[in-house]
Design a protein around this ligand. Structure first.
Ligand code: SP5
Ligand code: ZN
Length: 372
C-alpha cells in the first residue's frame, strides 16, 4: 500500500500541553508520526512518497477564511505582541453565556475577533490543550496536502492509500481549531472527493474521540455520510457533541451516525459497533470511504479508556476493506508511542488482505484474541 508522508510535521512539536490549566507532558508529539513511518518502512510493503501542493482552495472550501488567516498569522502575532511563551493557547473564550439575552443580530454586530492574540485564540479555538507553535501552520498545510495526495492516488486507481497526517484533523470545524487539530484533513479530503467525482462519500471515524469537526462540517450535507465510533462524550472529550441522537439536519438528516461506547470497551464490543458502522456505510451509494484512523482506542493509550489490542486493528482494517470500496486512510490520534507503529502496520495489512504477521517480542500490554 502506498503511503504519503511529509517531514513538515516535525516543525509542529511541543513537550508540554495543559490539562485543566496545569502543564502535563504533551501527547500529540512528532515522535508519533516517526514511529509509524519507521514501522512501515521496516515492513517493506509500504512505499512512501511526499505530498504535492494543492493550495488553499480545497481548505477554504471547508474552512472559514478567517480561521486560515488566524492560523497563518498566529505565531508572528505572539512574537510581535511581546508574548514570551513556548506555545500559544487561548486566554479567554467567548462562552455563549457571555451574550445571554442579546439577539443574534446584536451578537453578529457586536462580537468580533479581537486584536490580542490570546483573545484571537479564544475566538477560533475549542479548548486549551491544542498548543500552536512556530511550525504549526506549515505542518497543518502539509497534513492537508498529504490527505489530498492520498485522494489523488485513490482517484487515480489505487485501491487504498494511507496518508500519515500530522497534525490530526477531525476536531477542527469550519470555523474552529482544537483537540490537537488545525485543519480537518479528512473533511477536506471527503469534500474534495465529493466535488470532483459527484459521488456520495462516507467518512468512517475510528479515532477514540468523536470527530466533532467532521460532524459539524457535514451536518447539513446529503453528499457525505459521517459514521463514528467513540468514547461517550458524557465522560470524554469533546464533551459537548457525539451523542447517538445527533443525526444531521436538512439534506444531512439521517446522514450522521454516532456510536458512543462505555469505558473499558473490549475488542468484541468494538467489532460489534464496527459492523453497525459498516452496515450504515454500505447502505448508501458511493465508491470511496475516507477513514479517520486513530489508535487512542488502544488499551495502553494514556488518554483513552478502551481496551483494544493490536490484533483487533488487523481485523478492523480487514472488515473495512471487505466493503470493497476504495479507501483513503488518514491518521488522526493515538498516543501510546511504543505501540503506534505495530498498530498502524496491523490495520493497514488487514486492509490489504495481508496476514497480521506481528513482529516477534513486540507486544505491548496484555495480548488479546479477536472475538465477535
Ligand atoms: C485527535 C485527537 O485524538 N485529539 C484528542 C484531543 C484530546 N484533548 C483532551 C485531552 C484530555 C486528556 N485527558 C487526560 C486524562 C488523564 N487521565
Ligand atoms: Zn482521538
Amino acid at each position: 500500500m502506498q503511503v504519503v508522508y511529509s517531514p513538515a510535521h516535525l516543525g509542529h512539536d511541543v513537550s508540554v500541553e495543559t490539562y485543566m490549566g496545569s502543564p502535563v507532558p504533551a501527547n500529540e508529539v512528532a515522535e508519533r508520526a516517526e514511529r509509524i513511518r519507521s514501522a512501515l518502512e521496516s515492513d517493506g510493503g509500504f512505499p512512501i512518497s511526499g505530498p504535492t501542493a494543492h493550495g488553499l482552495e480545497p481548505i477554504t472550501a471547508v474552512h472559514e477564511p478567517g480561521l486560515v488567516r488566524f492560523l497563518e498569522e498566529a505565531w508572528s502575532a505572539v512574537r510581535s505582541q511581546g508574548i514570551e511563551r513556548p506555545f500559544l493557547s487561548a486566554d479567554t473564550y467567548p462562552n455563549r453565556s457571555m451574550f445571554e439575552g442579546m439577539s443574534d443580530d446584536a451578537i453578529r454586530d457586536i462580537v468580533r475577533e479581537p486584536r490580542h492574540i490570546g483573545g484571537r485564540a479564544g475566538f477560533w479555538g475549542l479548548d486549551s490543550a491544542a498548543p500552536l507553535v512556530a511550525g504549526t501552520y506549515v505542518a497543518a498545510l502539509a497534513a492537508v496536502d498529504v490527505a489530498l495526495t492520498a485522494v489523488d492516488l485513490v482517484l487515480g486507481g489505487e485501491r487504498a492509500v494511507y496518508g500519515l497526517c500530522r497534525p490530526p484533523g477531525h476536531h477542527a470545524a469550519r470555523s474552529m481549531y482544537g483537540g490537537y487539530c488545525f485543519f480537518n484533513n479528512a473533511a477536506i479530503a471527503a469534500d474534495s472527493i465529493a466535488r470532483s467525482t459527484g459521488e456520495r462519500v462516507a467518512v468512517l471515524d475510528v479515532d477514540f474521540h468523536h470527530g466533532n469537526g467532521t460532524q459539524q462540517i457535514f451536518w447539513r450535507r446529503g453528499d457525505v455520510r459521517y459514521v463514528s465510533i467513540h468514547a461517550d462524550p458524557d465522560r470524554q472529550y469533546p464533551y459537548f457533541l457525539g451523542r447517538a441522537d445527533e443525526t444531521g439536519e436538512g439534506e444531512g438528516s439521517g446522514e450522521n451516525l454516532n456510536i458512543p461506547l462505555q469505558a473499558g470497551a473490549t475488542n468484541g464490543d468494538y467489532l460489534d459497533s464496527l459492523d453497525r458502522a459498516l452496515e450504515a456505510i454500505a447502505a448508501a451509494p458511493g465508491s470511496v470511504i475516507v477513514v479517520s484512523l486513530g489508535f487512542d482506542t488502544y488499551g495502553l493509550d494514556p488518554i483513552g479508556d478502551f481496551a483494544l489490542t493490536t490484533d483487533v486493528y488487523h481485523e478492523i482494517g480487514k472488515r473495512t476493506a471487505a466493503l470493497r470500496r476504495r479507501l483513503v486512510i488518514l491518521q488522526e490520534g493515538g498516543y501510546h508511542r511504543p505501540s503506534l507503529g505495530e498498530n498502524a502496520r496491523a490495520w493497514l495489512r488487514g486492509a490489504e488482505g495481508r496476514a497480521f504477521d506481528p513482529l516477534p517480542a513486540n507486544g505491548f500490554g496484555p495480548g488479546g484474541t479477536v472475538t465477535g
